[in-house]
Design a protein around this ligand. Structure first.
Ligand SMILES: Cc1ncc(COP(=O)(O)O)c(C=O)c1O
Length: 464
């Protein structure tokens, strides 16, 4: 329900519908609002009288709840002053161990994976490309009825770009524009739902598995080792893999496994090439799609090269899927803005996109080297993995070392947000599972990277 807060603002409280007027329900709803940031650090909470009246519950109940949350560290109060949300609040151990650790409400630094440095978005180049695209745009391109597969101009430019830079066997008629990989995956799940379960790497991004299960499709796990995903023997009819840089472990699919996957097995392979542009050490690893273009869907995105907020991604489909995809997109009416599509086309055509990728490749490579330097200098008993590409690497923990919950909590005490491997395993995946810290060195703005690294250094000192 939504209650009127004392400051005059509305606050959404998720009260247990079974017993909305109970103290425990109110306490949990307030904890949830604080953790989710709907109630920010330092914000006053209403008087016990006002909240009791708003919710239609006894004032004593609210008083007891406030006292409980004060003891737990969510609220703070001083004699004669309003009760406020604490600057640091407890977070639960997501592994469910019931342990909690005190961390700031919002952390100052972040080395979380999944984001590029969005402060480096090429604003001027984007503006200039947009201006040129708009100047050339015929008025009827702004009406209804655009090609559901995407603007032909962008599809042509992209097909050429993907062939040149990633070795994809693309032609414009099979290249489809979508609102990021997540949208592309959702479309593919709808299209391929009848082809049997989807195999996902174990570990992999939970968000993507949820998109597939949300379309009513069963998900099965594909074990991952140093050679990447093991697909042979899987019951999956469709597999989703990250061959260039396994997410999150960072391995590259070995040539033998690539060849085996291309030769047979699942009916359809979805190749998620989310960070393929950022390769540092080895010779570029070309797209798996080129080995079996009739079975492999190549999926790319601008989320790492430009910004995830753009929501611009692309699929290169096997010929047999083009017709069904076109029909699905026409039915769904889900299309990316024509202006954004044509701006991206112009950015690629003019060479601005290549320049941005080259510039950021150098930036990310230098950052990766600084992380490696820190790890080598410290000499902690951790193993580094996944350094050859992308915007993240993994620090694998020794058996018997700190738990992942301790890792997160310690980093949080140093004002640093990090992610660990634990949330990426499929339910019921075999034990023991490797433990580790995923360091996303892409996300911080240039000025924030040094402080974030120093916070990591201090955290590791506490841990080892
Ligand atoms: C494994 C993986 N695949 C794909 C993506 C790109 O997703 P999207 O294009 O939906 O932003 C990401 C981005 O975070 C990712 O981590």
């Amino acid at each position: 329900m939504t209650v009127q807060w004392s400051s005059g603002t509305d606050l959404h409280l998720e009260l247990d519908p079974e017993q909305p007027r109970s103290g425990p329900a109110l306490a949990e709803a307030l904890r949830g609002a604080i953790r989710a940031g709907r109630l920010a650090a330092g914000q006053s909470v209403p008087s016990t009288r006002a909240l009791a009246a708003d919710l239609g519950i006894a004032r004593g109940t609210v008083t007891r709840v406030y006292e409980q949350l004060r003891i737990e560290g969510f609220l703070q109060s001083r004699q004669g002053a309003a009760t406020t949300v604490a600057a640091r609040v407890p977070v639960p151990d997501p592994a469910g161990a019931g342990r909690s650790a005190v961390v700031p409400t919002t952390l100052r630094w972040s080395l979380e994976p999944g984001l590029p440095d969005v402060s480096a978005f090429p604003r001027l180049d984007w503006l200039a490309a947009g201006r040129r695209a708009l100047a050339e745009l015929p008025a009827d391109a702004l009406g209804h009825g655009s090609d559901p597969l995407g603007q032909p101009r962008l599809r042509a430019v992209l097909a050429d770009y993907l062939g040149r830079t990633r070795g994809v066997l693309a032609d414009p008629s099979r290249t489809v524009i979508c609102a990021g990989y997540a949208h592309g995956l959702s479309l593919l799940a709808q299209l391929l739902a009848q082809r049997g379960p989807f195999g996902f790497e174990d570990p992999s991004l939970q968000l993507h598995r949820r998109i597939v299960t949300g379309a009513g499709v069963r998900v099965v796990g594909l074990p991952v080792d140093r050679d990447g995903a093991q697909v042979s023997g899987s019951a999956a009819g469709v597999v989703v893999v990250t061959p260039a840089h396994q997410y999150p472990l960072g391995h590259t699919l070995s040539p033998e496994r690539r060849a085996a996957l291309a030769a047979g097995g699942p009916a359809v392979v979805i190749e998620d090439d989310y960070d393929g542009e950022f390769r540092y050490d080895r010779r570029p690893v070309g797209a798996l799609q080129a080995l079996a273009p009739d079975r492999v869907v190549y999926a790319g995105t601008s989320s790492k090269t430009l910004a995830p907020g753009l929501r611009l991604g692309w699929l290169v489909l096997p010929p047999s899927l083009v017709g069904p995809m076109s029909a699905l997109l026409r039915r769904a009416e889900s299309r990316v803005s024509v202006l954004d599509q044509l701006t991206l086309a112009e950015l690629i055509r003019s060479g601005g996109y290549d320049r941005q990728v080259r510039r950021m490749r150098a930036v990310y490579r230098a950052r990766r080297d600084r992380v490696l330097e820190l790890v080598r200098r410290r000499g902690d008993p951790v193993t580094v993995a996944g350094i050859a590409a992308g915007l993240h690497l993994v620090l694998r923990l020794p058996p018997g070392g700190p738990t992942e919950a301790e890792l997160r909590a310690t980093c949080a005490r140093h004002d640093l947000a990090v992610q660990t491997l634990d949330r990426h395993w499929l339910p019921g995946s075999p034990e023991p599972r490797p433990t580790g810290l995923i360091i996303g060195y892409g996300a911080p703005a240039g000025h924030a990277f040094g402080p974030a690294l120093r916070a990591l250094d201090r955290s590791l000192t506490d841990l080892f």
